[in-house]
Design a protein around this ligand. Structure first.
Ligand SMILES: Cc1cc2nc3c(=O)[nH]c(=O)nc-3n(C[C@H](O)[C@H](O)[C@H](O)COP(=O)(O)OP(=O)(O)OC[C@H]3O[C@@H](n4cnc5c(N)ncnc54)[C@H](O)[C@@H]3O)c2cc1C
Length: 397
């Protein structure tokens, strides 16, 4: 059954499209060139009521669902992937985890921050623990009435612009016994010990910093614990559950970029003449357009279906993984094909296609690689958890 878009959702999509095709489109090249976070677009999203719209009304949001967020993200990403990612991370990811698992106080605090313009950062990946995130060595030791956090995270989206951080660490009790992985809230510039170490120079998506962040004897009160370890692995399972929304969001950015590139190629194929006729009269390009449109239709259907799925408040794990793999891989191909339509002009930095080709490449990596997500899909359809570690491996200290 295809997912039905309601009249209200059509209105939301139209409003998002108007904003995206206006000032957001106009700024996209500059955001890429200057590598500056687009605070003006944050204000535009805020003024339009798009920031934090999935936050429940009781906390000042709109109580929008994942499909609403997807429609917004898709429109923004057609014009500016960075603004699309801001729409993801102010509606999904860390904020959705906090709203699902946080205390009343934490929810109010985080909702206020997002609704006033903060894009929270989620801190999981470490230099030696990427795909095997459970091997993280960042630790939070209970000492007296405080947690003391030490460790290093890298590739943290928003590092240096985000204020609110949701940080995952292995939690140890007073006796030094490991309790599992927990998630903590900390605010940059208000939490001594949280340091932005350096910014990574990235291939694309240059308007949002990716940063290495260190925690040096960072002291947090027990009230900063959002996702308690609740026994080994349970806190991590909660995190992964919340991450299903982020995966759908990331897949949607890839979809939007590819749809934007496809439209540019389609328009150009009518405008550009060679051999005395529009280039879309050559069958070689017609079939390319046909294949691109099929990939986009299938990707959109999977994304919408994943967004509309799920119990316990988050999209279904299997559907989210299937949608992200398919969309991210096909979006790369579609943008690459779209670039080909422009010939030499597609290779120019004056052409938005060049930026889109760099931006779209990320989405088979961040938020769980396509390979690791295939393990999720396989584990789910086989009903078996497939061990990835060698026999005898007990994890890193
Ligand atoms: C732009 C960007 C933004 C990001 N933002 C964030 C963020 O905000 N917060 C955060 O915590 N992290 C973030 N990440 C990090 C991202 O989640 C990791 O890059 C990802 O989990 C992969 O880890 P890795 O880079 O260490 O690759 P590795 O784990 O070193 O993997 C290397 C290769 O091996 C493959 N591989 C590894 N294990 C398996 C396996 N079991 N089966 C098959 N193949 C395998 C991988 O798929 C990959 O191709 C971001 C990354 C990028 C690029």
């Amino acid at each position: 059954m295809p997912v039905q878009i309601t009249p209200e959702q059509e209105k939301l999509r139209a409003a998002a499209r108007e904003l995206a095709q206006g000032p957001v489109r106009d700024r996209a090249a500059e955001v890429d060139r200057t590598e500056q976070y687009p605070w003006d677009n944050v204000d535009r999203l805020k003024d339009a009521g798009f920031l934090g719209m999935t936050i429940p009304q009781a906390y000042g949001g709109k109580g929008a669902n994942w499909l609403d967020a997807v429609l917004l993200i898709e429109e923004m990403s057609k014009e500016c992937s960075v603004t699309g990612r801001i729409a993801v991370e102010t509606n999904m990811g860390a904020i959705s985890a906090i709203m699902a698992y946080g205390s009343e106080e934490q929810k109010k605090f985080a909702a206020d921050m997002v609704l006033s313009g903060d894009k929270p950062a989620i801190c999981i990946t470490e230099p030696e623990a990427g795909s095997s995130a459970g091997d993280m060595t960042t630790r939070a030791d209970m000492k007296g009435n405080r947690y003391v956090v030490n460790g290093t995270k890298h590739w943290i989206t928003g590092g240096g612009v985000s204020r609110l951080h949701l940080i995952f660490a292995k939690v140890y009790d007073e006796a030094g016994e490991e309790q599992g992985i927990g998630g903590f809230l900390a605010v940059r510039d208000e939490t001594p010990g949280l340091k932005i170490v350096k910014r990574e120079p990235t291939m694309g998506l240059r308007g949002i910093p990716e940063a290495e962040i260190s925690f040096e004897d960072m002291e947090l009160p027990p009230s900063a614990l959002v996702i308690p370890p609740r026994g080994l692995k349970k806190g991590f399972a909660d995190l992964m559950n919340a991450y299903n929304s982020q995966r759908v969001g990331a897949g949607t950015v890839a979809l939007g970029i590819a749809e934007g590139a496809y439209q540019l190629a389609l328009d150009w194929s009518e405008e550009r003449h060679q051999f005395g006729r529009p280039i879309n009269e050559f069958q070689g390009l017609q079939w390319k357009l046909a294949d691109m449109s099929i990939k986009l239709a299938a990707a959109q259907a999977l994304i919408y279906k994943a967004a509309a799925s799920g119990e316990n408040g988050f999209p279904d794990m299997l559907m989210a993984a299937q949608a992200k793999i398919f969309t991210s891989e096909n979006a790369i191909q579609v943008v690459n094909d779209a670039l080909q339509f422009f010939g030499a002009r597609g290779y120019s930095r004056n052409n938005p296609i060049e930026r889109m080709a760099r931006d779209v490449r990320m989405f088979t990596i961040g938020g769980g690689t396509a390979e690791v997500l295939r393990n999720v899909v396989a584990g789910s359809i086989l009903g078996k958890k497939l061990p990835q570690t060698r026999d005898g491996y007990v994890g890193r200290d």
